[in-house]
Design a protein around this ligand. Structure first.
Ligand SMILES: NC(=O)c1ccc[n+]([C@@H]2O[C@H](COP(=O)([O-])OP(=O)(O)OC[C@H]3O[C@@H](n4cnc5c(N)ncnc54)[C@H](OP(=O)(O)O)[C@@H]3O)[C@@H](O)[C@H]2O)c1
Length: 282
């Protein structure tokens, strides 16, 4: 594997993968619908292929000359991006696909639209005939700052399940190792960080360091968040309430031990992540 195309490289989970592949010596081509944004995030040393995943021809042109494709798109085009790459891989010479799914993706959870998309995306990749690794990450620590807004730290629903928070930096290393070690072909691998901590507790630890002025984490009932989304005609809030309701019910699935054996275990704990983030922002 020499050259990897990254779809979604400007995203939360795509960025550390693109950066780690590059620092590990791969040639990285970023597929970006906003090339100026990609250049701002990554600088000049990355090749950028302008394009949108809804444009078949642009995806095909970007895939030509690449040995691997990493898909980290999500959202409404999650399934489309995986199906397009899977369809084009044999004819463009791509030998390997890595795809970011999720820890709760399983047929029993297919009632939730996001999961139904991911199940179809995984199927397309499994059946396309080239090598692949499907990553099923739980929650990244980098999500914690997103729960703080307007001087409040809030979660929707009790979210009682302990979650194995992982740092995006560890995820980038693990994906890069999959390309280097070539030991995880045709595998579906869970990404779990070193410790299991319920969401409220993880957020409390985050605000203690970064927002000491906020004294506690608010737990907003799901019904209230949904009603506010409807009443304020805020589709984002409504969607987010549905999403958190889903995670409230499902928690986290899987076990990271096989991944850790193959690709090296995540090392960054919540404590070390908070410390390094504090140092970097001082
Ligand atoms: N974040 C999590 O907590 C988490 C946990 C488990 C699994 N996952 C999965 O990981 C994957 C990535 O999630 P994320 O949180 O990193 O997402 P994200 O931050 O929203 O990033 C999405 C990326 O996709 C790009 N993109 C979206 N639509 C596109 C289009 N039409 N054409 C080209 N590029 C497009 C975005 O580009 P722009 O910069 O132009 O917007 C961005 O780079 C998803 O499949 C998600 O389900 C995420």
């Amino acid at each position: 594997m020499r050259k990897i195309l990254v779809l979604g490289g400007t995203g939360l989970l795509g960025k550390p993968v693109a950066a780690r592949l590059k620092s590990d010596g791969f040639e990285v081509r970023l597929f970006a619908r906003d090339p100026a944004k990609a250049q701002k995030v990554f600088g000049d040393s990355y090749e950028i292929a302008p394009g949108d995943v809804t444009n078949h021809g642009q995806v095909e042109a970007a895939m030509r000359g690449c040995n691997g494709v990493h898909i980290s798109i999500g959202g409404e085009f999650d399934r489309l991006s995986a199906e397009t790459v899977a369809e084009l891989a044999p004819s463009t010479g791509v030998e390997y696909i890595t795809y970011v799914s999720g820890s709760t993706v399983c047929p029993q959870n297919g009632w939730f639209p996001m999961i139904a998309q991911k199940l179809e995306a995984e199927k397309a990749i499994r059946e396309c005939g080239v090598g692949y690794t499907i990553f099923c990450p739980t929650w990244p620590m980098e999500q914690l700052p997103r729960f703080v807004r307007d001087g409040r730290a809030a979660i929707i629903g009790e979210q009682p399940a302990p979650l194995h928070w992982f740092a995006c930096e560890d995820f980038g290393r693990m994906v890069s190792n999959a390309y280097q070690r070539e030991n995880s072909n045709r595998q579906r691998l869970f990404i779990h960080g070193p410790e299991a901590i319920p969401m409220k507790e993880a957020l409390e630890r985050y605000i203690r360091v970064f927002h000491p002025e906020i004294k506690s984490v608010t737990v907003m009932p799901v019904w209230l968040a949904k009603s506010m989304g409807v009443l304020t005609r805020n589709p984002m809030l409504k969607f987010f309430a549905e999403l958190m309701n889903y995670f409230n019910k499902t928690g986290e699935l899987g076990d990271g031990s096989e991944t850790n054996r193959l690709l090296g275990a995540p090392e960054i704990t919540l404590e070390t992540w908070l410390e390094s983030r504090q140092t970097n922002t001082e």
